[in-house]
Design a protein around this ligand. Structure first.
Ligand code: PGA
Length: 252
């Protein structure tokens, strides 16, 4: 049985003091969650977040990782540095990285390999822009991102990867893909994984939806058969909202 996974992506928000408070507020609210719970915090908050969450079901993640082990890469952080901080997950290929920091499928692939090599789990993001959606390219875009992002990774590595389908036009905009659209596109991504890694791997990989997921739409999204979790931006910054998402209710 796969276990669903809800991850918060705090982006560039929260000081250390604010981190301590948010984690402390979250602990009692999410302690009975059925799904895996992750908070992907800024690098500077990792240590504080981990200490605040120690002994609880909240796992700590980072939001990016460099592909090199060390070297002249000003401003970057390596996988072993994250591992030393006992980070469990790292987000790779978020659309904001692709859009503002020239991330490509090739660099995403290199970062994923470095993260897996260090024993980190990866939340690998894919998703189409509004222009791509409107020109009917959604399927082609997510399939290419999936194939190229996962190139050269073996089945064993794949077990430590979660894919997040995040339509770019739905991120931070209040616009959510309909549950059916999200489910249909995730099905396409799963097909791409099956093609490269075989049926069993395609079936067992967890694929999240992300993009304005919130307390009002989480139950419907999580009821869809292809959706195994969520990657939450804005709504992960408030304990009550994130907890409501983590404690989603479905009929099955
Ligand atoms: P959002 O962000 O929930 O604020 O739309 C999601 C994400 O970017 O991961």
């Amino acid at each position: 049985m796969k276990r669903n996974i809800i991850a918060g992506n705090w982006k560039m928000n929260k000081t250390q003091e604010e981190t301590k408070k948010l984690i402390a507020d979250l602990i009692p609210l999410v302690k009975d969650a059925q799904c895996e719970v992750v908070c992907c915090v800024p690098f500077t908050d990792i240590d504080v977040a981990r200490k605040a969450a120690r002994g609880t079901n909240i796992q700590i993640g980072a939001q990016n990782v460099h592909w090199a082990e060390s070297g002249a890469f000003t401003g970057e952080i390596s996988a072993s540095m994250l591992k030393e901080l006992k980070v469990k997950y790292v987000i790779v290929g978020h659309s904001e990285r692709r859009q503002y920091f020239n991330e490509t499928n090739g660099t995403v692939n290199a970062r994923i390999k470095a993260a897996l090599g260090a024993g980190l789990k990866v939340i690998f993001c894919v998703g189409e822009t509004l222009r791509e959606r409107e020109s009917g390219e959604t399927q082609k875009v997510v399939m290419t991102q999936t194939h190229e992002g996962l190139e050269g990774i073996d089945r064993k590595g794949l077990k430590n990867i979660v894919i997040a389908y995040e339509p770019v036009w739905a991120i931070g905009t209040g616009k959510t893909a309909t549950a059916k659209d999200a489910n249909d596109t995730i099905k396409v991504i799963r097909k791409a994984v099956r093609k490269d890694f075989g049926r069993a791997s395609g079936n067992s990989i967890r694929i999240q939806y992300g993009g304005s997921m919130n307390p009002a739409n989480v139950d419907e999204l999580m009821s869809m058969p292809e959706i195994d979790g969520g990657l939450i931006g804005g709504a992960s910054l408030t304990a009550e909202k994130f907890a409501r998402i983590v404690n989603y209710q479905t009929n099955d």
